[in-house]
Ligand binder design. Sequence first.
Ligand code: CTP
Length: 213
Amino acid sequence: MTTYGNKKLNIVITAGGTREYIDTVRFISNASSGRMGYAIAAAAVKAGHKVTLITAPTALKPPKGAQVISVITSDDMLKAVKKNFNKCDCLIMAAAVSDYKPAAASKTKIKKQNAVLTLRLKPTTDILAWAGRNKRKGQRLVGFALEDRDLFTNAERKLKRKNLDMIIANTPAAIGTEKSTLHIKTRDKDWMQLKDVSKTLSARRIMQMIAGQ
Ligand code: CTP
């Protein structure tokens, strides 16, 4: 990956798990705590970069100094990323974006009935793949891959398919924990491992790798 030296960058980071509404009060989501994305945002602010944190709902306090854009659904997140993509040097998609949303959300609260209820889902837009198709020269894209099998093969496939510069892979064991093991791959280097380290420390390492320090 081309490095930036000590340049201060404009970095957009997404975090948290998006919510896809089924009716007026219920939604589909996932167990993402948002910790990794928030830790990267904090590390980026600390390193002096300009940080925009696009966040789905979490229980966390955003780092001081980051511009925060709160979103709920994957469509909201897509809109916010599109709006902020042009001006950024680097997009880090740490959010757990829902891959599916209800085919049609009910405009009223669904009433309980004594029968099987089938939910029909349709795919959401892959935000990272959109960014991969639209990135300009010099812009960096970082994606995450959560894999429960064939971690390296699957993550490397994502790196190429989504036109990324870096992929950070982990297993479901990392969800919600403070310490985790991460596997990081850039286009031109072999896999490297951050073993059982705190998200604060791995965030700092990731930022150093991105900024080339
Ligand atoms: N992502 C995204 N938009 C989506 C889904 C995922 O931008 N609609 C991003 C995530 O933020 C993450 C990366 O893509 O950085 C990994 O996505 P993942 O869901 O693991 O990969 P998929 O391509 O959906 O592949 P699979 O479901 O087969 O694992």
